[in-house]
Write a protein that binds this ligand. Structure first.
Ligand code: FAD
Length: 468
């Protein structure tokens, strides 16, 4: 058939995985085409994920801190919320970044083609633009970075008062009563935002705890601080019925902590996970394998079963995180050029940007126990940190997990203000194979929260012994 565009490298999807792969490929000298269905580059992360959620979480944090200033002798009046302005602020943050990407693509001569891409062969992708016009792109190599989207529960009706994370970020209203279905990171971040804006919250989770994957000791601190936001935290409980009524959304629960009566809500957020887009891009036409769930299997070079086609990001599996996608992107672009690049991360950090933040990396204490790893641990309570006390954050703590034999750090968790920033040091320590002495003898600036990482190592070494 007709070929409209010919390239060395085709990248499908312009999220953090896709734009990073395209930019790296172009920097390495490949003639690169980046295909994206939406006008705005940046994918889920920049448009409806990481970035807008953090813009709103920052607003929420300022609001909440202002409320506690009474204890410092500073009184503010009750806040007046102008939702239109808040939405505009969030959009401005997003556009600044997505606009930047467009400029970076141009600077590298990455050709951006807007439209929905579908494979039509092992070296051809057809792109259908919004106006229905079609283009065929022939490529020598390809990187699939088509991402994921929210899971929709089949029994939940369509109604403007029922939203997924994308809908919640649009801030349709400030509900009086809000239900969050699914107590993972995304649900709890949005809960934090809506609570700060005045909503009362319920959360329902099928498993036996919120924020699965995180160390339970960390979650306890989060839960204690956040208890006032919630009327009802329902664990080991399922949502079994959702009905759109005139006066609200009527939800029926089943399980250990289910209320007997159905409950009425003004807004329901469904945040029960994300599903990969592997089955929506006709990869079978290219001979690329895809699992029943829609993930594309890859090797350590991010190569699919078809040697000239790579896949990265949410579409290749968990954890579905932007920083993982970016690193996989660089590996794929380099491997496509024949470099000996491999995805070989020891650890990938996770962060809940809630208040307080909860961050963890590597082996958690529960995992160490389950896997029979001989470990040692050290906890530095922030009640012993001058900076944490000054910041009103002394309920936080820093925990490090060490290999018992080598004293190398193999994991860590932090709960408290800026935990997401602080965990970076633990990531580096694990990757570098640092042991407790390396961390403890590193001079950290005083007074900071990052000192707590050094102090935890000293606790492990028995250097720092008189803790509260
Ligand atoms: P995506 O970002 O999903 O991008 C895929 C792109 O491909 C999209 O732009 C899509 O339009 C395009 N596409 C798909 N199919 C086609 C097609 N057929 N044709 C053309 N284009 C197509 N991660 C973090 O690390 N930190 C966070 O704080 C964080 N917060 C989040 C908050 C929320 C509310 C959500 C929903 C997610 C969050 N994530 C966060 C996860 C993060 O957004 C994803 O891991 C990341 O975006 C994955 O990048 P990706 O490149 O694999 O795919």
């Amino acid at each position: 058939g007709n070929v409209d565009i010919q390239c060395d490298m085709l990248v499908l999807g312009a999220g953090p995985g896709g734009y990073s792969a395209a930019f790296r490929a172009a920097d390495l000298g490949m003639n690169t085409v980046l295909v994206e269905r939406y006008e705005s580059l940046g994918g889920v992360c920049l448009n409806v994920g990481c970035i807008p959620s953090k813009a709103l979480l920052h607003t929420a944090q300022v609001l909440e801190e202002a409320q506690h200033m009474g204890e410092h002798g500073i009184a503010f009046k009750a806040p007046k919320v102008d939702l239109d302005k808040l939405r505009a602020h969030k959009s401005a943050v997003v556009s600044k970044l997505t606009g930047g990407l467009a400029g970076m693509a141009k600077g590298r001569k990455v050709q951006v083609v807007h439209g929905v891409g579908q494979f039509v062969g092992a070296n051809h992708l057809e792109v259908t633009a919004a106006d229905g016009s079609k283009k065929v792109i022939a490529f020598a190599k390809a990187i699939i970075a088509a991402g994921s989207q929210p899971v929709h529960l089949p029994f939940i009706p369509e109604d403007p008062r029922i939203v997924d994370s994308t809908g919640a970020l649009e801030l349709p209203q400030i509900p009086k009563r809000m239900l969050i279905i699914g107590g993972g990171i995304i649900g709890l971040e949005m809960a934090t935002v809506y609570s700060a804006l005045g909503a009362r919250l319920d959360v329902v989770e099928m498993l036996d705890g919120l924020m699965q994957g995180a160390d339970r000791d960390l979650v306890k601190v989060w839960q204690k601080r956040n208890a006032p936001r919630f009327d009802n935290i329902m664990l080991k409980t399922k949502t079994v019925g959702v009905e759109a009524k005139k006066n609200g959304i009527l939800v029926t629960f089943e399980g250990e902590q289910a209320p007997k009566e159905p409950q009425l809500y003004d807004l329901v957020l469904v945040s029960v996970g994300r599903t990969p887009n592997g089955k929506k891009i006709a990869v079978d036409k290219a001979g690329v394998q895809v699992t029943d769930r829609g993930f594309i299997p890859v090797d350590k070079q991010m190569r699919t079963n078809v040697p000239h086609i790579f896949a990265i990001g949410d579409i290749v599996g968990q954890p579905m995180l932007a920083h993982k996608a970016v690193h996989e992107a660089h590996v794929a672009a380099e491997a496509a050029l024949g470099e000996k690049a491999f995805f070989d991360a020891r650890v990938i950090p996770s962060v809940a940007y809630t208040h307080p933040e909860v961050a963890w990396v590597g082996v958690t204490e529960e995992q160490a126990k389950d896997q029979g790893i001989k470990y040692g641990k050290a906890v530095f309570p922030w009640a012993a940190s001058g900076r944490a006390i000054a910041n009103g954050a002394d309920d936080g703590f820093t925990k490090l997990i060490f290999d018992e034999a080598t004293h190398r750090v193999i994991g860590g968790g932090i709960v408290g203000m800026n935990a997401g920033d602080l965990i970076g040091e633990v990531c580096l320590a694990v990757e570098m194979g640092a042991d407790a002495t390396d961390i403890g003898k590193t001079i950290h600036p005083h007074p900071t929260l990052c000192e707590s990482v050094g102090m935890a190592a000293e606790v492990f070494e028995g250097v720092c012994t008189d803790l509260p």
